[in-house]
Design a protein around this ligand. Structure first.
Ligand SMILES: [Zn+2]
Ligand SMILES: [Zn+2]
Length: 249
């Protein structure tokens, strides 16, 4: 064998080894419950634990916001007196408690023609682990009074001490950009801030579920997605676009 042939044989061997490695890696990820987590979920805070079995993405969170609030106890370092811009602000009697939320959302979301109505309570989760609620204070009751109890970051706690957002989570969109990924609804479709391609969207720009299909920074091939808007219904409209997963606490 001359040196040229030795080099040829060596590189062939190298390719075979590489192919074998690749096959091994693929087998591993298919056989155990650690299917690859899509990159978009790396945008969640590291305090939120996320895993996938390939069918569902499981998102575990204590529901505590990663920003200050006037709803923490005044002795808590995360307490900050209301310094927002709403002259009608009025603190509600609730406080922020720790929970054990487990959100299970479809890894491959799909449209559901039934477009199930969103329930009261958590309908999705923001990238900081805080639940998102729908546009109602009670069955069919608008948020007219509730909005005045939103803290400086646009959230508030309910009677079960669950801090939540009914509207754009300002801490997330201020820390990133107004076009940032805000979170996911239970049907597995992403929620973005109000800005897209230089335009601040309003509800009239979106469909009845408060979204539309198009390319986003995280989904270059396009996906159905929701947007938060300053006008009602804020995050979701007439129900889930897709088949919803589940949430327990
Ligand atoms: Zn509320
Ligand atoms: Zn969009």
């Amino acid at each position: 064998m001359n040196s040229k042939n030795i080099a040829k044989a060596a590189s062939l061997l190298f390719i075979i080894i590489c192919l074998a490695c690749k096959k091994d890696a693929a087998n591993t990820s298919n056989s155990v419950s650690t299917a690859a987590l899509p990159d978009v979920f790396k945008k969640f805070n590291t305090t939120v634990s996320i895993s996938t079995d390939g069918t569902y993405i499981t998102i575990k969170s204590d529901g505590i916001p990663d920003h200050k609030s006037c709803y923490f106890s005044t002795s808590d370092s995360r307490y900050q007196a209301y310094n927002g811009t709403n002259p009608l602000f009025s603190k509600n009697p609730n406080s922020i408690g720790t929970h054990s939320f487990v959100f299970k959302i479809p890894a491959s979301p799909s449209v559901n023609a039934a477009h199930e109505a969103t329930p009261l309570g958590p309908i999705g989760v923001a990238i900081n682990g805080v639940p998102m609620y729908n546009q109602y204070a009670g069955p069919g009751t608008p948020l007219t009074n509730e909005v005045n109890s939103f803290d400086q970051y646009n959230g508030h706690p309910d009677q079960s001490a669950t801090y939540h957002y009914h509207v754009e989570p300002w801490y997330i969109t201020q820390n990133n950009t107004k076009s940032a990924l805000v979170g996911f609804l239970l049907d597995g479709y992403p929620v973005y801030g109000p800005l897209e391609n230089g335009k601040t969207l309003i509800s009239a720009d979106l469909d009845t579920y408060h979204g539309h299909t198009g390319v986003t920074a995280d989904y270059p091939n396009g996906i159905y997605h929701y947007h938060t808007t300053a006008d009602a219904p804020y995050i979701n409209g007439a129900g889930f676009y897709g088949t919803k997963g589940s949430v327990t606490q």
